[in-house]
Design a protein around this ligand. Structure first.
Ligand SMILES: NC(=O)C1=CN([C@@H]2O[C@H](COP(=O)(O)OP(=O)(O)OC[C@H]3O[C@@H](n4cnc5c(N)ncnc54)[C@H](OP(=O)(O)O)[C@@H]3O)[C@@H](O)[C@H]2O)C=CC1
Ligand SMILES: CC(=O)N[C@@H](CCC(=O)OP(=O)(O)O)C(=O)O
Length: 333
């Protein structure tokens, strides 16, 4: 028997991707997969891609999860805190939701509503010092999907003093799985196919998370829903403060990061190249007219944006190689 793990919210999109990664992980053994409305259903009835995984969704109860060494929570916002508090301190927890990401309680209430549950170690290993912090933590708050794509593009430039932190603009397109399995109203194929539409304009919940993670002080984020199941392409622009080469700054920052790839000069990220992987692809340049620095970032929102990132954090928390059970390479076409 390897390390015992459980997934709460396993019937959702992020939960399904976690089950897939755990099933292929050499050291992790699944001891429970829980659901809400789907409790009692076979896993393969909800996730047919997991053919052969002979498990039935249990109800989401602390007693079902408490027996694991590590629990992944892939629940709607506001549902993680009470469940995590009911688990023994000895059980490590990675929360894929937003409940424990922000230090600013007022910002949490403004964007998510309700009372802030507290702040856990932020689950982005590529930030300076964060790999060691995650390895030492028993509770880790996994990143938001737009937040990880944007933060990986921006944080080294702010840290190097290469851009003005008070003038950052992000436009980011996401595949529909980013909204979760429960989202139906505007995601029916007939309405999404052949369409690009902005949403949460001027008030996206990942803005305070990105500011906290990067040190940006003013940031505009416009999300766009794209007619594809997976992937995020974030275009980040900022005003340079000097003549630092943005690509060189990023290449230095991620020289030892196994999942963050600064592409060869002239190659720009494609979401399709990251699908099924835990990778983030980056490229940087300068806008010849405005002089703004441009960084483009691509991830799989269910990979580096959610389940892959959660497994990377779990590997660190469990003392396993950071890359274990995760792919650097995407599937294509
Ligand atoms: N999708 C993505 O790309 C990303 C998602 N996340 C975060 O991960 C979490 C899960 O997201 P996602 O998988 O997309 O969402 P889904 O809507 O696809 O899945 C939600 C899961 O939570 C369960 N659930 C629903 N309501 C409750 C409840 N009241 N109590 C307990 N369980 C409940 C559902 O069970 P059932 O279906 O059986 O009712 C399902 O298993 C969210 O916090 C999300 O913000 C973070 C980054 C990216
Ligand atoms: C397409 C789409 O709707 N995407 C979601 C992303 C949700 C996500 O990343 O999760 P967290 O809220 O846990 O951070 C959104 O924009 O709200």
């Amino acid at each position: 028997m390897g390390i015992r793990v459980a997934v709460a919210g396993a019937s959702g999109y992020a939960g399904g991707e976690l089950l897939r990664l755990i099933a292929g992980h050499p050291e992790l053994d699944m001891v429970a997969a829980t659901a809400h409305r789907q409790a009692g259903a076979p896993v393969t009835a909800v996730h047919p891609q997991l053919v052969g995984l002979d498990l039935v969704f249990a109800a989401t109860e602390p007693a079902t999860l408490a027996d694991a060494d590590l629990v992944f929570l892939a629940l709607p916002h506001g549902e993680s805190a009470a469940l995590a508090a009911a688990l023994p301190e000895t059980v490590r927890v990675v929360d894929l939701g937003a409940d424990h990401r922000l230090r600013d309680a007022a910002a949490w209430t403004r964007y998510y509503g309700g009372e802030h549950a507290g702040t856990w170690t932020y689950g982005l290993p590529e930030l300076p010092g964060q790999r060691a912090a995650i390895a030492a933590a028993t509770r880790v708050a996994n990143t938001g999907c737009y937040a990880v794509a944007t933060t990986l593009a921006l944080a080294p430039l702010v840290a190097a003093g290469a851009v003005d932190p008070a003038d950052v603009v992000v436009v980011a397109a996401s595949g529909t799985s980013g909204a979760g399995r429960a989202a139906k109203t505007n995601l029916l194929g007939s309405e999404v196919m052949g369409d690009l539409s902005p949403y949460k304009v001027g008030a996206h919940q990942h803005v305070p998370e990105i500011k906290q993670a990067t040190g940006a002080t003013s940031l505009s984020l416009t999300p766009v829903l794209a007619p594809m199941p997976r992937g995020i392409l974030a275009t980040v622009t900022a005003v340079p403060t000097g003549d630092a080469d943005p690509r060189a700054v990023l290449a230095r920052a991620y020289a030892d990061a196994p999942f963050v790839h600064v592409l060869p000069e002239g190659a720009w990220p494609h979401t399709a190249a990251t699908l099924g992987s835990n990778s983030c692809h980056l490229q940087a340049g300068v806008d010849v007219d405005s002089g703004r620095l441009i960084v483009v970032s691509a991830i799989d929102n269910l990979g580096k944006g959610a389940a892959g990132q959660a497994v990377q954090c779990a590997n660190l928390m469990l003392g396993l190689p950071e890359t274990m059970g995760l792919s650097v390479w995407g599937i294509a076409p």
